[in-house]
Design a protein around this ligand. Structure first.
Ligand SMILES: Cc1cc2nc3c(=O)[nH]c(=O)nc-3n(C[C@H](O)[C@H](O)[C@H](O)COP(=O)(O)OP(=O)(O)OC[C@H]3O[C@@H](n4cnc5c(N)ncnc54)[C@H](O)[C@@H]3O)c2cc1C
Length: 498
């Protein structure tokens, strides 16, 4: 199936606004959609230096004639949790589904994540932990204060939260996955994988099994470059490059953009979340390529901004607080947040004027069941047999470190944390001690392509762009469960429409 450039156009992305500013790459006419033009004009500001190289690379790509190597019903960009869930139901319904993924395996960010799956709308929530269950009306009431009156993003949040329950229930009731039984923790609205924190691999093995049983296929090490349109300007496929640099054009009736967010795109972070732009980033390959492609196709952005929280470089430095007695202190020896409100660690340190903090624990956590969490920190974890040795290794004055333990002793004895209100795990630590020095990092982005409640990508007039869908962070979700939920929603849409 070889078509020349008059018949097919590649919509440029090259992973940067810079490339969008170059227009629809590869179109022989050089035409641009008005929406793409407006967005490009806005987005192109301050990007001149990067523009030249990005554009040159993308133009070379776009110049090659479209030559479809494969034809499918549904083409999904990205094998993260949203892309995988987008694939399963349509494949089971007999559609020919291909997922193209830049990496060598599936799972995206979630497979390496802390695996804390917040959900209060599942049947399983109702059954196991009814005090945490919420109806859609209660969800709306809870989230309404965070949105302006009439903001469609609130409806979308309610929709995602409602479908979040379907993800948990699909895993548990339909597929037999046993989440971890409830443990003492402030997070009873969260589900964890059966083997504890950071063990999402077991869930992904099952999701992958269901995907393969349904008949969906992957093409790994296949990197998305541009969308392709037909002679009527409608999306009809996408262009990828393979590991060896060769071009791989795929024809499809529907394209789902599920390539994650833009946290590793420094330029976008500076633009949309400047307060986090100067922090380190622990995620690679989330450059917003798919979001840029949706914009070039006439889509619009929504919800762009800073994420609800930050991460520590090493997750043990905050996530241990979910289940174990830990003490977190700044270099001045002061505690600075309630350690069981785990995600307040990084933002709390910054708010206190620091870009580092220490987390101290003992054998209760070190020998606990969440070994994978500790493994993620590797050799960053140090141990000490006494307070003196701890002070020496932490590089802090012995009086400062002794003060940490004296203060903690008083809190444990009183069983009251007057300063931060912590009520769980008020237990003294015993040697040997373990500690980690941490820094705040960014690890996810917020905002993406505006979609409707069926996950169609919307144009500037809020009309669906034909054959184009988005899910997960590409559509502006922030966490694991809403990403999976968005995959389930787009799956239902695709079964009906393709
Ligand atoms: C360290 C860390 C810890 C986290 N902990 C939690 C947690 O405990 N709880 C929680 O709810 N959330 C957590 N998150 C966030 C959560 O993992 C994400 O929100 C979620 O996984 C997003 O899923 P997704 O499918 O939208 O995107 P992703 O998981 O980003 O998947 C996108 C996929 O697309 C691929 N891709 C990207 N660009 C291209 C391209 N050009 N061509 C082809 N493929 C491409 C990527 O390789 C990836 O496989 C964490 C994230 C990180 C990084």
């Amino acid at each position: 199936m070889k078509m020349d450039r008059r018949q097919f156009c590649a919509l440029g992305t090259a992973g940067a606004f810079a490339a969008i500013a170059g227009g629809m790459l590869g179109c022989s006419s050089g035409e641009k959609t008005p929406a793409a033009d407006d967005k490009a004009a806005d987005a192109a500001a301050n990007t001149q230096a990067d523009a030249a190289s990005a554009k040159a690379a993308a133009m070379a790509m776009g110049d090659a004639d479209v030559n479809f190597a494969q034809e499918v019903d549904i083409l999904i960009v990205g094998a993260g949790i949203s892309g995988m869930f987008a694939a399963i139901d349509p494949a089971a319904a007999g559609k020919n589904v291909l997922i193209c993924e830049q990496n060598g395996t599936f799972g995206g960010d979630a497979i390496y994540s802390a695996a804390c799956q917040m959900c209060s709308t599942a049947k399983l929530t109702q059954e196991e932990r009814p005090e945490k269950y919420s109806t859609p009306e209660e969800i709306r009431e809870k989230f309404a204060p965070y949105y302006e009156e009439g903001d469609p993003a609130l409806d979308f949040t309610v929709l995602l939260q409602t479908w979040s329950g379907k993800f948990i229930d699909r895993m548990h009731y339909d597929w037999g996955y046993e989440f971890q039984p409830l443990r003492e923790s402030p997070y009873h609205q969260a589900f964890f994988p059966k083997d504890g924190l950071c063990t999402m691999n077991s869930e992904f093995q099952l999701i992958n099994q269901k995907l393969e049983e349904a008949g969906a296929k992957y093409s790994f090490e296949t990197t998305f470059k541009t969308l392709i349109t037909d002679e009527n300007g409608e999306i009809c496929g996408a262009r990828f490059t393979k590991k060896d640099g060769s071009i791989f054009d795929v024809k499809a009736k529907a394209v789902v953009l599920a390539a994650g967010g833009y946290v590793s795109n420094q330029e976008w972070m500076t633009r949309y979340a400047p307060e986090y732009a100067d922090l380190g980033n622990i995620v690679s390959g989330r450059k917003g390529d798919a979001i840029a492609a949706g914009l070039a196709a006439g889509g619009q952005l929504w919800k762009m901004g800073p994420t609800s929280n930050l991460n520590p470089r090493y997750e043990a430095g905050h996530m241990l607080g979910t289940f174990y007695p830990i003490i977190c202190v700044l270099p001045n020896g002061k505690r600075f947040y309630c350690e069981t409100a785990v995600h307040n660690a990084a933002t709390g340190a910054i708010a206190a004027g620091y870009h580092e903090w220490y987390t101290i624990w003992d054998n209760v956590a070190q020998n606990g069941q969440d070994q994978e969490l500790l493994k993620h920190a590797g050799e960053a974890i140090q141990s000490a047999d006494s307070v003196d040795e701890l002070a020496e290794k932490m590089g802090l004055h012995i009086e400062t470190v002794q003060g940490i333990f004296d203060n903690w002793h008083d809190i444990c004895e009183a069983q009251e944390d007057a300063e931060f209100g912590r009520t769980l795990f008020l237990q003294e630590l015993q040697p040997p001690f373990y500690f980690i020095r941490n820094v705040p990092v960014r690890y996810k982005s917020l905002g993406g392509l505006k979609v409707d409640e069926q996950m169609h990508v919307l144009d500037a007039n809020d009309q669906p762009i034909k054959n184009l869908y988005a899910a997960g962070c590409t559509a502006g979700t922030e966490d694991i469960v809403p990403a999976a939920a968005s995959g389930l929603i787009v799956a239902e849409t695709l079964v009906a429409e393709v």
